[in-house]
Design a protein around this ligand. Sequence first.
Ligand code: NAD
Ligand code: IPM
Ligand code: MN
Length: 357
Amino acid sequence: MTEARTPPHRIALIGGDGIGPEVLREGRRLLEWARDRRGVPLDLWSLELGAERYLRDKTALPAELQAEIRDTASAILLGALGDPRIPDHEHARRILFGFRTGFDLYAQIRPARALVDRVVPLAGRGHRDIDFVVFREGTEGAYSGIGGQLRRDTPFEIAIEEDVNTRHGVERILRAAFDYARRERRPLCLADKSNALRHGHDLWQRAFAEIRRDYEDVRAEHLYIDALCHELVRDPARFSVIVTTNLFGDIVSDLCAALAGGLGLCPSASLNPGARVPGLFEPVHGSAPALAGRGIANPLAMLRSAGMLLDFLGHPTVHTEIERACADALAAGECTRDVGGALDTEAAALAVIQRLT
Ligand code: NAD
Ligand code: IPM
Ligand code: MN
């Protein structure tokens, strides 16, 4: 992936809310294994950020801590943020976007690869049919935060949410996806809504037409996002690298996760390739309040996120080992109930880690 800082690598560990801390505990266990058994030089740095702290003292992500993470950490491993006691999600946005937009982590990479046939929900499809990597633009689009409300709580209320698409932002995520598709020899699909959104998504169309000329060896196609959702379910084997906007990438990564066995299995990395900023690694899933405190959350999305983190630090073979151990544990049925097993969170993580000698 990208170059990280020189070792030992400082890794900020943030559990967050709901099932976040429960799965992060297992992510930490895996990083300790990588440190102690594979010699990856890691300096694990636990931080208390999330709903509890916000409710206590209104602190979400203090500016000094954000700067210290930016200047000293190689990566962040994050559980999830979101708590029903904070219905406006203020703390979650401040923390998540404090990293994603704050560190300009524009390449949000969400692989959804099915590890075993048993977890694929489509009849007649096997795990080899399901191998997507969503390149989600991570800093702009509908998540720009630009907008406002007028005449709130009146019948004449107006709410505006701007969709920001910059030439710079669109080009760099397209190039990141094309570079990956070239390196991995995979086909690429751009998904947008340029038939309806004539300004912002027309920019995506024009940038795509220009950039694809630099990648004539990459098989590239375009689909409107609605058609992509239809075709993903009908003919998943056709798709591999999917590049799209921030909002569509959020939605389509959950769809891809469902096809790959569910949110309990799928990891995510937010990177700024080439820049000296930490990468952010987290499951695609959220804090799943209904599962919190019951010890039944699937830890594999977190373990695979930690695997991506180790790859980012320059240990691709350790990442491959982790992916294989996850597949073997799933194949043996040693997993949580969302993927057909009966283990609790800790036991499901140990089933993976014990396969790693
Ligand atoms: P969610 O991802 O938390 O849950 C969606 C569904 O997936 C639920 O049925 C849940 O039980 C299941 N699920 C999720 N993770 C699982 C796991 N590890 N094991 C087994 N099943 C799992 O999405 P939601 O319910 O829409 O959101 C809950 C909260 O999380 C909200 O506050 C939302 O804003 C937040 N959220 C945060 C992040 C993040 O921190 N990056 C991502 C998504 C949602
Ligand atoms: C995700 C989440 C976040 C997003 C929310 C919690 C703001 O859904 O990480 O996928 O939309 O990016
Ligand atoms: Mn999401």
